[in-house]
Ligand binder design. Structure first.
Ligand code: MN
Ligand code: MN
Length: 344
């Protein structure tokens, strides 16, 4: 027996709250499905971007990266937030990083005298955030779809995590042959927690198994399983960098020379907690912000196809130093890439 409008009317008079509880979620979902005209999705930035499927996964963020709006068509880089921290094992909160990075970035100066860079000269569009779900694979699918379309439009995706797992979605789309991973950790576990194949602690294992070569820089905290897996794989420890910086940076330069498609992932916990306390899993004896910036300079070549900055947790960043460092890292990485590609 079907439900007629009359029956709904009768029910809504007798049980108004119960009917409202059923009907309102249906209407809300219906509006979501109506994208691109639905209010929840696709304000100007994505409509202008003209992306196909990817735009369905994007939600506008009230803040714009760097505070300077550039149209999608004219941009070389596109910033995408991925506010996902669903597999975080210790201190969750990196889901708030895309908003926090944008807010700080609007106040950060665009010229760095150290490097004679001016971010204003580099067109960067901000397409907002990927609409995340509780399902890791679905989040990765969406990240992959968005990055794939950006690649098709010859844009360089700049992802703001979120946790480190999101890198897997970007790598699936961008197909680099080398990933430089700045991280205190390997993220080489086979399962973490037990039985879980895709999480922030396994992401580089999955990538290195079948997608591309991974070289870690600044790594210093691990477990036996990861040490065994990392055997015969290339990495530079935090200690190697701290004890002989020029040797480490030369080594890094020669590693990236071989890459024809390069991806750079910065897990902010590569920094010492003195510089970046606002991360989920801090580890002592890390790099300084200046050191990381110099190593980034050595890593970025004209073959870079994408980058991300992950694991910033603004809820633990009481003085804002971690977020300020994140912004500076992103600004410098973007400008350095533009310079290497001969765009500025
Ligand atoms: Mn990591
Ligand atoms: Mn880490």
């Amino acid at each position: 027996m079907g439900i007629s409008a009359l029956k709904i009317l009768k029910a809504s008079i007798l049980f108004p709250h119960a009917v409202a509880l059923i009907i309102i979620p249906i209407l809300v979902d219906y509006n979501r499905l109506k994208a691109p005209t639905g209010k929840l999705y696709l304000e100007q930035a994505y409509l202008k971007a003209g992306l196909n499927k990817a735009r369905l996964y994007l939600i506008e963020n009230p803040y714009c990266f760097s505070g300077i709006r550039h149209d999608y068509e004219e941009s070389w880089f596109s910033v995408i937030g991925v506010p996902f921290d669903g597999t975080t094992s210790f201190r969750p909160g990196s889901r708030f990083a895309p908003s926090s990075i944008r807010l700080f970035s609007t106040e950060a100066e665009t010229i760095s005298l150290d490097d004679c860079i001016d971010l204003e000269k580099v067109p960067v569009s901000d397409l907002g955030d990927v609409a995340v779900t509780f399902n890791v694979e679905e989040v990765l699918n969406r990240v992959e779809t968005v990055c794939g379309e950006l690649l098709g439009d010859s844009k360089i995706p700049v992802l703001l995590g979120g946790e480190h797992t999101i890198t897997l979605g970007a790598v699936r789309a961008l197909k680099p042959d080398l990933l430089i991973c700045f991280d205190a950790h390997f993220d080489y576990r086979d399962e973490y927690p037990q039985g879980v194949k895709i999480s922030h602690a396994t992401v580089m294992r999955r990538i290195s198994e079948s997608l591309c070569r991974v070289v870690h820089v600044g790594v210093r905290a691990t477990c036996r399983e990861e040490v065994e897996y990392a055997h015969n794989r290339r990495f530079l420890t935090s200690k190697q960098v701290l004890e002989d910086f020029s040797k480490a940076s030369e080594a890094l330069k020669s590693i990236v020379e071989e890459a024809s498609r390069l991806y750079v992932s910065v897990d902010l916990d590569v920094l010492d907690p003195a510089y970046a306390p606002g991360v989920g899993n801090p580890e002592a004896c890390g790099l300084s912000t200046s050191m990381l910036l110099k190593l980034l300079d050595c890593s970025i070549t004209d073959r870079l196809v994408g980058m991300d900055l992950v694991e910033l947790n603004p809820l633990l960043d009481f003085g804002g130093s971690s977020t300020a460092a994140a912004v500076r890292i992103l600004f410098q990485a973007i400008v350095k890439t533009a310079r290497e590609k001969g765009l500025v």
